[in-house]
Design a protein around this ligand. Structure first.
Ligand code: UN1
Length: 500
């Protein structure tokens, strides 16, 4: 037990098994953090059985009381923000401030869900029949399967789990194979919250399945999993969604993004540069909301691109745990390979690439640090229309705002987007029905780093789901329409006569 992860795991209440088949590495230096045992498909089915039994009990616990559990989870997260945040950084390679930010995102959604537990309201609807009352209620749905990605290994679980738990649904979680330790730590903090909560919480309200894609397939196929909430690549979504649909289950998908920023002639370039640098290069380009495309008006293109490239070149790349670092490593060698492949395709299309080389290979031969890249592209070629999960920003010039808007929409993905402008007409056009076609459309802020209070997700190949804030809770409940007759007659709707 030499690696610093072990102290963190101990503080977070996780004890590791002796031996196992699944190695967990830190992208920071390639060191092995742990060996874990993978769950089998049979283990997954058993977990679903337990969760289903938990559902039968939990659905009858009053929602505000369920909210108390989530409040206690938020409390544990507040206490352990530093440790869990550091573990997130160790396991994903994101900088410490972002590791802690991710835990803050969990705390925020716990607060949100706790309040929500007293507001899971339906409507009363005017009935056309005398002496009748029509209303709708929202009831717990069933077991929620959560499939999450490496890049937000715990926040995305929290968006789902905090809502699911207050909505009366147990959770079975399959985290990314690359980040199971943060999942185990989160589960341990929830176990502490459950211990403080009391005996009305059934066994198996929250379970973690460590392992590979076969476990996700069990969640997708099992009819007892009422909702499968899957975050990750479009490729993964294409595997999961048809299986869930085949059994008429519900899927909530949050898949790839290929997010663009438009910088207009009136833009505040100081804001635009800062928004672009964080959006494109923060988290080493490994957010689904990362800015991957830039459309800049030709009148400000030279000024913006010069400043942007200078800022890009000045970013400190290295150990994400060290103060001052802004860009950590890519998650693994395959990610670096995909970045290089995209850059060479972009060059082939006439792109001029600044940056993009491997860094720190001598110090960390088993880690994959890359210089963020800015690529001046002659147009939106095929590689630009794909999501490459790496710090590459493709920059293109435009003349006409409508043309820029059309190009920003002309990709298969539809997650996030932004415009930097001080022209009210452009700002309004961007957020109008005929504007950005994305689930998130921002003005004068970047594409990434959304708050939890809004609904999060996007259109087209992003999958159409909405997680987190606003009324996303409705996905985790079933709606029942109830008509109650207090009269002594039985009038039929639509004036139908059926006298017997
Ligand atoms: C993700 O990358 O899957 O808006 C989620 C953001 C974060 C969440 C990203 N709040 O960038």
């Amino acid at each position: 037990m030499t690696h610093p992860a072990h102290d963190l795991l101990t503080a977070l209440g996780v004890s590791l098994p002796d031996g196992g088949d699944l190695p967990v590495h830190s992208p920071i230096d390639g060191a092995r953090l742990a060996m874990l045992r993978s769950a089998t498909p049979d283990d997954a089915r058993a977990a679903i059985t337990t969760a289903h039994h938990a559902f039968l009990v939990w659905r009858d616990v009053p929602a505000p009381r369920r909210g108390e559990l989530v409040r206690l989870l938020g409390d544990e997260l507040r206490r352990h923000k530093a440790e869990l945040g550091r573990l997130v950084s160790l396991e994903t390679g994101k900088i410490l401030s972002e590791g802690e930010g991710e835990v803050q995102e969990m705390i925020d959604i716990c607060d949100f869900a706790t309040g929500l537990s007293r507001q899971l309201h339906g409507l009363t609807i005017a009935s056309e029949r005398p002496g009748h009352r029509m209303m709708e209620q929202w009831h717990p749905l069933g077991v929620v399967g959560v499939i999450s990605a490496f890049n937000f290994p715990v926040a995305v679980w929290a968006w789902n789990a905090a809502l699911a738990l207050v909505c009366g649904d147990p959770v079975v979680w399959k985290p990314s194979e690359k980040t199971p330790l943060t999942a185990l730590a989160t589960q341990s903090l929830l176990a502490r919250a459950l211990a403080r909560f009391g005996s009305d919480a059934p066994e198996g309200l929250s379970q973690v399945l460590v392992g590979g894609a076969a476990l996700g397939e069990v969640l997708a196929d099992d009819p007892r999993v009422a909702l499968v909430s899957a975050t990750g690549s479009t490729r993964m979504g294409r595997l999961v969604a048809p299986r869930v649909a085949a059994r008429f289950g519900r899927a909530l998908l949050e898949l790839g993004g290929n997010n663009a920023v438009i910088v207009a002639p009136t833009a505040d370039l100081d804001l635009a540069v800062r928004g672009l640098v964080f959006g494109a290069y923060g988290t080493a380009g490994q957010r689904c909301t990362t800015t991957r495309r830039l459309f800049v008006h030709e009148s400000v293109a030279d000024a913006l691109l010069t400043r942007l490239d200078r800022a890009r070149a000045s970013l400190s790349i290295g150990d994400p745990l060290a103060t001052g670092t802004l860009v950590g490593p890519l998650v693994d060698e395959a990610a670096f390979g995909r970045m290089q492949a995209a850059l060479s395709r972009a060059r082939g299309d006439g792109g001029e690439v600044s940056g993009g080389r491997r860094m720190l290979a001598d110090r960390h031969p088993h880690a994959w640090y890359a210089e963020p890249a800015l690529v001046r592209m002659p147009g939106q070629t095929a590689v630009v229309r794909e999501e490459t999960f790496a710090p590459i920003l493709y920059a293109m010039r435009y003349r006409d705002f409508d043309e820029a808007l059309a190009l920003q929409n002309d990709v298969p993905q539809g997650l996030s987007s932004a415009v930097f402008t001080n022209d009210l007409r452009e700002a309004e056009a961007f957020v109008a029905a005929s504007g950005s076609d994305c689930g998130i459309a921002n003005v004068n802020i970047g594409t990434s780093g959304a708050e939890i209070g809004g609904a999060f997700g996007g259109e087209k190949e992003t999958g159409g789901g909405r997680e987190s804030g606003s009324d996303a809770w409705r996905h985790y409940m079933r709606r029942a329409t109830n008509t109650v007759n207090r009269s002594r007659a039985l009038p039929l709707a639509q004036g139908v006569r059926f006298d017997v």
